[in-house]
Ligand binder design. Sequence first.
Ligand SMILES: [Zn+2]
Length: 655
Amino acid sequence: MSNDKKNQVKYIPSRKEKFVNPYHFVSLEKNCTREAKKYREQKGNLTGWITCRMETLSPVFIPNTGSASEVDGKKHSDVFEKRVFKEKENKQVVINSYDFFSYTDLSKLKGEALKEYREPIIPGSEIRGMIRTAFEAVTNSCLSTIDNEQPLFKRVQTNGKAGRLIFEKGQWKIQPCERLGIAFKWTYGDKQDFSVKIKSLKEGQEVYIKRGDKYKTRKGFPAFTVVSAIKDAVDPYYEKGYFHRGEPFGKRKHHESVFVSTGAPDIPIDESSVKNYIESLRLYKNKNVNLHFKKNEKEHSGYKDIVIKDRELKDFDGSLIYFAKHNDHYYLCSAAIGREVFYNRLTDLIGDYAPCNQINNLCPACALFGIAGKESAASRVRFTDALVSDKRDKIEAYYHEVRILKELAGPKLSAAEFYLKKKPGNADLWNYDYAVNWRTHKYGIPGYIPEIRGRKFYWHHTDPDPYIAKDKEADPESVSDRNVAVRPLKENVFFQFKVYFNDITESELKRLLWILTIGAKKENAHKIGMGKPIGLGSVQVNVTEVNVRGISMTGDSVEYTVEDRLEQYKVFSEMTGKEVGCTGQVMEEYLFLTRLAHPFSGIIAYPSNVEEKENYKWFMANKMVKGTGPNPIIENSLPPLKDPELPKYELNPGK
Ligand SMILES: [Zn+2]
């Protein structure tokens, strides 16, 4: 890189500050293991129960959701004193607080009674979920919990082309347009101000305009012609156009838009493109996705003029859009630099690992844990709730004090650089639909097939620090209504639970024992409950009894016997990957990812930059080191499991 070029770069990777992403992946194999066997024949002859001891190895939190009530359509609870503080604009923020799970229905309690301590319970459903996930990974089973409803999307950095959506004779089309700017604010480049007129205009309204000069924009942004006169009524000396209201984005905005047809032929598109467009509008209105909308509705209204609710698809005829084309697909959005909703959903990418749906062809996990759906198979295992087994004098001895958790980011599937393998090698950018090389394949590398990295697991934190610093708890810069206050369990609390099994085979029992205890390995553990990415939830399970029921006939009476076979089954800890049900590589990855201690030194934390704590800024910087605004290049994808450290980025001091 020449010095000149280097000086233009905004971010550079930090030499000193590194981090390890909170999650990594256990690989998928080529195909999911499934056995074509009649459902009845899958059953074995072992019935009984396993008694387990569980120890917490980090703070653990499972919310008593019974304590939550609906406030403003949001789950809210005030188990503890409300932590109210004022934001700059005198806006009061109340954060939700949750007690640990117990058998007490907190919804009927008020005030001081809520603050009392209750004996903690770890619900069987939580343990079951935790064990099933692990079981699936090491038995090469399907991805049973994949969320296929969730649309996959990404932000784009490139300006889309302007267009108008038309529905004519059952066919959707894009009418290519030119985007003109209409000033609502005086600037040096355009000394007009149509702010009063603009207030009266509706989204998509037909207008008549005259063209003014070209507006000079910053480098990398397309120049546009400004409107010099505008009318509502038809005028033969004026050009017909359509008014489009954008969203304020930063401080630079000074023009709204008028779209004028370029006269180029309409582009026929599929209905699925229109559906994806509506999905992208939905994302703008989703506060978990649109952070500008979340922070302040003045900053971004989520395109409030564009209504989605109660509108049929055909009602979107006439919508003003920006569009891009990659490979054979069109991507429509209401902003020039917006979001693209992908055509692929997760199940399109996982192929054979899609959840089982035929009871006569089940993976090992579905065969044991059951499936629900058109065809359903009953579960042959049942997990009881875990109750504390080390009785302590005072119940509060099980708990840490109430603390505010650091903010938890939702599962960011949009981070394709983490979820997908980098493929092909020459891709500058890749995602769930297409890959791009800016020099050779600007609109999509042909033959690209996205491939997910595998099954997601969270690292154990060696020295968890999941809380907001105490002296920052009332600081509006550090805490928002997205934080929650919790009363977590302490480390080294012991619980007991049972796993009842019914008609399972010997091999299923051995696998179950191996997975519950992770091969009885002291250095490995499971994760349960809330806050896994920030260091909560490490637990270890030990098996203390394996009781198998037998029936014997003495004379004409039937006798039930119970035999503890723990000693006999102790060999289960020696099982190899192959015996458990996966390749050696998968087993190695699973054992590496579930280790309590790590051979790497980097702190486990959500991606962030040096002195910039916002998660998304790292992803932004990660595309700006080698790339430019309109041509982003992914610098780092998720590194190999064994060497998972990533650099933070820092602002280039040379700039
Ligand atoms: Zn399955």
